[in-house]
Design a protein around this ligand. Structure first.
Ligand SMILES: C[S@@+](CC[C@H](N)C(=O)[O-])C[C@H]1O[C@@H](n2cnc3c(N)ncnc32)[C@H](O)[C@@H]1O
Length: 249
């Protein structure tokens, strides 16, 4: 699914403030500890990618959204543009393998069907060196929020440039049987003294712990562990994140 231009445009403003504190140190450390090639699937605007390249990582990135890739390309020198390509997790191809593959910030929630999920996992396996790892994260479903949904919830309000206002509101209704959140994000911002509004509807897949274990068991990958936070903590009742670590044996 291609992210709309306006979402790509405001992505860093929203998630540098809402997310980067949670996951950036973790992923940059994993990248810097890897000797050999790294692939980031769903590289997006390059929240980690641009910094990793600067630190000398041998990193490649793929994404299916042209809008997101266009933002990333503006952050990196022309000589590195060949490291970024528009490819799908499900069927990407490289003529070489990787020592580490990452899919940070809920990329797997965009894979709605079991067929897509398994194809992606097996494709990742085929592109890993023996002993190489896959790390991805997902959110742990919140039972209360899943039941109540969300209505007109403003999760970001600020300025995208000095004096230019921008806000985002979210509506969400969960389909429990299909484990799908039906989400509408509405963006409102000032542009040339005109008030702009755009809404984007999309589906996001949520996962449960044993489902993840069984899914990986069905794939060619081996599960190392599912952690409950980015500090290596165990999964507990209060965990908000699944950090899934798999290996090509
Ligand atoms: C929530 S963003 C995360 C971006 C980046 N990893 C980060 O942490 O900021 C999810 C990204 O995954 C990409 N994506 C969604 N489905 C994909 C797929 N099947 N293959 C590759 N990328 C995908 C989206 O275009 C988007 O850029």
């Amino acid at each position: 699914m291609d992210y709309p231009e306006y979402f790509a445009r405001f992505y860093d403003i929203i998630y540098n403030s809402m997310r980067s504190e949670v996951d950036t140190d973790f992923y940059l450390k994993k990248i810097s500890e890897t000797s050999g090639r790294v692939l980031e699937i769903g590289v997006g605007t390059g929240r980690f990618f641009a910094a990793a390249l600067k630190k000398g990582a041998d990193i490649y990135g793929i994404d299916i959204s042209k809008s997101m890739i266009n933002i990333l390309l503006k952050k990196i020198d022309l000589e590195y543009h060949g490291r970024v390509s528009m490819q799908n997790a499900v069927d990407f191809r490289f003529p070489f393998r990787f020592n580490m593959i990452l899919a940070p910030f809920r990329v797997f929630s965009h894979l709605l069907t079991v067929q897509e999920q398994l194809s992606a996992l097996n494709n990742i396996y085929d592109h890993l060196e023996e002993g190489g790892h896959l790390i991805f994260d997902l959110y742990v479903p919140d039972p209360a929020l899943t039941a109540s949904g969300m209505s007109n919830y403003t999760d970001f309000s600020g300025e995208y440039e000095p004096g230019k206002k921008f806000s985002r509101t979210v509506d969400m209704k969960a389909d429990i049987v299909n484990q799908i959140s039906n989400i509408t994000m509405t963006f409102r911002w000032d542009e040339d003294e005109v008030a702009r509004t755009e809404s984007w509807n999309f589906k996001f897949r949520f996962y449960f712990r044993y489902e993840l274990e069984h899914l990986i068991e069905r794939s060619k990958l081996a599960l190392d562990n599912i952690y409950g936070n980015f500090n290596g903590g165990e999964l507990t009742e209060g965990s908000k994140e699944f950090i899934v670590v798999c290996c090509r044996l």
